[in-house]
Design a protein around this ligand. Structure first.
Ligand SMILES: [Mn+2]
Length: 597
């Protein structure tokens, strides 16, 4: 499941995303509160210890401690990731069985079907595993469910397709953990299923030949936050290790894995950091015609960052699954010919433009519904439903609304006789648990702590609305509901030197779990330069203690007149490397500004 979240590593402010999508810039009065500025709190003893041992500035030690790094050894591993740091895949429950079954399928030349989820994680998982397996095995096929007709996960239609095409084994990627019915159907058809998934399991598990999922309660795998594609990668790693082969070839698959990590917004810590670190290198050097065409179509500039994947590559891949079918994205990623790849990439771009149009329409209607609903300002949750909304964009809409209104949000549309939709949470609030309280009203639900997919019968909509609101109300705190800027440290602008920037970059790739740090500088002076970049955003100049910087303030265009020469203000910002100018050109990515009262 893909969603946008508060913690995105990006050079976009929340307002720019909202403004760009046609969302309101000012929200309901009581929701539009001043953002809280709170310092990152870490154990100061640890910070000092690390500082003495490593000899780097206190702010960087604080960053390390914030990331759970407490020793020099851990710091060394963090700054110098190596593929040897990956965990043994055999620590994952069922891995032995999965590898044995895969070996058997290859030996007996069975037909293997890769079955994916239609989002970016599922599509890259299928492309990755196809590239891996086609070296050893020829009878390969892939399948994606139709979002509207079959819905999420392993479907009856998919199993029947497998049976009709003589498939002996299915590898389900990024789905399957709750596919009880489909797994039973496959058994009846004599087809074995290996599940590679990362969605939260229920108490019972389907009777698959092997079920790889680090979130299984009985799985002792030390890292729980792999993407679905990442779990598939562990299967590939286990297979290679079992054959006693050099694992060098695995590295070439990491361009796919990093796209899944960024696109699925899994935290870039622990094993994901290693995968993302080498993955982003692999992606920047990729020679796959399909990925090259995708990058070109996205318009993103090298070197690509996690943010470029999130905002450039992932939407194109997702557009296929949302508006057409995910197979198109996989065909592109597997394309061997540049011209063909370019054609596929253009098709995805057209789908993406349509997706944006649906997205804008939905945004406008959602805004109208919210304005018309007077109760809403007293509510802690948002549940919106319109039968004509496009199913492919309800998840994006829920993300944006949750972000704009700081409330757990559900957006629903109609699909056949049921309502289906997506739920998105606010920071640190477990929306999956709130769904559990509505269990008996839902036909189906599943996902993660911060994002859930669900379906229900129309007559249950009002009871659900009430129950969900009650559940959220019982669990949520004021802190969840108020937007917050967590800054790493208070520094003067003069502290931002080239060396400072060099050390900071060693923390990349940034993303959830490894956020780009935000700094606070108090009492900086405007140099009188303030230029509108467009109707929303402002570029301003400022200086402090002899150091001067330009900064971009997203959503601050209306305040242009306040930035007169020598105007003093406090500012929270991240640092932004301006790739467009070719050379290192640091700017401030401004998160918030406060003028003296
Ligand atoms: Mn996923």
């Amino acid at each position: 499941m893909t969603f946008l979240l508060y913690c995105l590593p990006s050079n976009y402010g929340i307002l720019s995303k909202l403004a760009g999508a046609g969302y309101p810039e000012t929200t309901m009065n009581d929701i539009e509160k001043l953002k809280r500025w709170t310092p990152v709190v870490v154990e100061s003893d640890l910070e000092e210890q690390l500082g003495r041992a490593l000899g780097i500035a206190p702010v960087f030690c604080r960053m390390l401690v914030q990331r759970g790094i407490h020793s020099v050894d851990e710091a060394r591993r963090f700054f110098h990731p190596e593929l040897e740091q990956l965990h043994s895949p055999f620590a994952m429950r069922d891995m032995d069985r999965a590898v044995a079954r895969l070996e058997q399928a290859i030996q007996h030349e069975e037909r293997i079907l890769l079955y994916g989820d239609y989002d970016v994680d599922g599509a890259t998982a299928v492309a990755m595993f196809y590239c891996f397996l086609e070296r050893y095995h020829r009878k390969l096929d892939y399948y994606f469910p139709d979002r509207e007709k079959e819905g999420y996960g392993l479907s009856r239609a998919g199993i029947e397709y497998a049976a009709q095409t003589g498939v002996g084994m299915i590898i389900a990627l990024d789905c399957g953990t709750q596919a009880f019915e489909a797994v039973e159907l496959a058994r009846a058809r004599g087809i074995d299923i290996i599940i590679c998934d990362h969605h939260l399991p229920k108490a019972a598990l389907p009777r698959a030949a092997a079920l790889l999922n680090p979130k299984r309660f009985d799985c002792e795998y030390p890292f729980k936050e792999l993407s679905g594609c990442g779990v598939g990668f562990k299967l590939a790693q286990a297979f290679v290790e079992r054959q006693g082969w050099e694992s060098d070839g695995l590295r070439s698959l990491l361009d796919f894995v990093v796209i899944s990590i960024a696109g699925d917004i899994v935290p870039i810590v622990g094993e994901n950091r290693v995968l993302a670190y080498f993955g982003i290198q692999q992606l920047n050097a990729t020679q796959r015609p399909g990925l090259l065409a995708l990058i070109e179509q996205s318009g993103k500039k090298y070197p690509l960052t996690i943010g470029d994947i999130v905002f450039g590559l992932a939407p194109l891949i997702n557009a296929a699954g949302r508006l057409a079918d995910a197979e198109q994205a996989v065909r592109l990623m597997l394309a061997k010919d540049r011209k063909v790849a370019a054609e596929y990439a253009r098709a995805l771009s057209r789908h993406n433009q349509m997706r944006q149009m649906f997205d804008r329409d939905l945004a406008k209607e959602a805004e109208d519904l919210l304005k018309a609903n007077l109760r809403l300002s007293q509510q802690k949750s948002i549940v919106l439903y319109e039968p004509h909304w496009h199913q492919g964009v309800v998840g994006i809409a829920a993300s944006r609304l949750a972000e704009a209104y700081h409330r757990p949000t559900v957006v629903l549309t109609q699909c056949e006789r049921d309502l289906v939709g997506s739920a998105r949470s606010v920071k640190n609030f477990n929306i999956h648990r709130a769904m559990q309280a509505c269990d008996d009203l839902l036909t189906h639900y599943g996902g993660h702590h911060h994002a859930v997919g669900l379906s229900l019968r129309e007559e249950n909509l009002e009871p659900f609305r009430e129950r969900f609101e009650a559940a959220v109300r019982a669990m949520i705190t004021e802190q969840h509901l108020q937007p917050e800027i967590e800054y790493l440290a208070e520094i003067g602008l003069e502290q931002i030197t080239p060396k400072f920037w060099r050390v900071l970059r060693q923390f990349a790739p940034f993303g959830p779990g490894n956020p780009e740090p935000i700094f606070l500088s108090r009492g900086v002076s405007s140099n009188g330069y303030a230029r509108k970049l467009n109707e929303h955003h402002l570029q301003i100049g400022m200086w402090q203690n002899g150091a001067s910087f330009a900064g971009v303030a997203f959503g601050w265009a209306a305040e242009q007149a306040r930035f007169t020469k020598r105007q003093i203000f406090d500012v929270c910002y991240a640092l932004l490397d301006n790739k467009a100018h070719g050379k290192n050109n640091l700017r401030l990515n401004i998160k918030d500004i406060r003028f003296p009262d």
